[in-house]
Ligand binder design. Sequence first.
Ligand code: PLP
Length: 413
Amino acid sequence: MVGFTFRGGRLACDDVPVEDIARETGTPAYIYHAGSIRAAHATLDAAFAGYPHAMHFALKANSTLAILRLVRGLGAGADANSGGEIEAALRAGFEPAQIVFTGVGKTRDELDRAVALGVRAINIESDGEAERLDGLARARGVKVRVALRVNPDIDPNTHAHISTGLRVNKFGVPIEFAPPLLRSLARRPGLDPVGLHVHLGSQILDVEPLGRAARALAGLAREVRDAGVRLEHIDLGGGLGVAYDGTTGADPAAYAAAVLPAVRETGLTLLIEPGRFLVAPAGILVGRVADTKAYPGSPRFVVLDAGMTELLRPALYEAYHRIVAVTPREGPASPCEIVGPLCETSDTLGHDRALGPVEVGDLIAVLDTGAYGFVMASNYNRRRMPAEVLVDAGGWRIVRRRQTYEDLFRNEE
Ligand SMILES: Cc1ncc(COP(=O)(O)O)c(C=O)c1O
């Protein structure tokens, strides 16, 4: 596994110069490195070796079909968060029994589709959803496999916008209401409670809260087992963080050490739903410098042809991504604002960054953008969705072509 490195003063992916790809695809473009995804999957899988477990890749992080096929080929399942993500998983070749369906606010149609397919588990978010799902299952004359999403009120020490396991967050059922709800699920003719589910949040670097969540769910599993509810699995969701600053991300071995003792005591199969950890470091966003300006009293601006329409995370969460010139020029670095072309001040990809001299037309790469990158792209300002490229075994191919203007207007009157 090589990945993105500088070779002879130029950024390359394996042996392929990023310049060569960008010349053919145009910019903005996402470039993914298959080897990095394989390596991240192998590291995480190895951390749980020796205990019955299944990885369900969180499609919300990246649902490009070529990436999904790659992940499926590694033996992972899928975690879908919408009807669209279920369809993406099916098109990528996942079997329904490899899909867990999560999501606050699932519609009747989405639930009914999941019931008809017979997915591995539908993660239930409330008493009301349990009732609606029971009705749909009975109408089809089936028993649907469900897990209860629990809100354990644990702070994962991450950005507030990506915290999901606190009492004030909209997700799951507060843990003290879980035992009676689980017993009532077991009494419903249309439901088969098979698991417990929790997801504390995303970009979690400290594994201690994940350990606490595992202990809380294990305690709950024992409590309901004593009341006659026999479960199959504990699903700890996703959340493992990566090193956006280039230092160290979450350690899969430490993660396993934090959660496995509690899960092992229950004897239940462990499910995890990693998204970011598998794909974030495997992707870059490449744009070209469209303009530069530096007036006295104002910052030095480097304006790219890529912005918040391609990568929303900086505008949405103040997320930090390293940004580099693809072929750095000789000369001193100076502070600058690296911004996109959109009509929004929040369209800033990098604030107060040190960058060497750049000229219009130079290529710039935003690193670690394989997760929550393309999936959050939009057509705001009537911009077209970017191209996506997969580099694998020294070769590369376009796995999604850039939208055309024809694509952009297709559904309109
Ligand atoms: C229920 C659930 N599972 C898994 C994930 C994936 O999280 P991550 O990409 O941090 O691993 C998310 C992300 O928000 C989620 O909501």
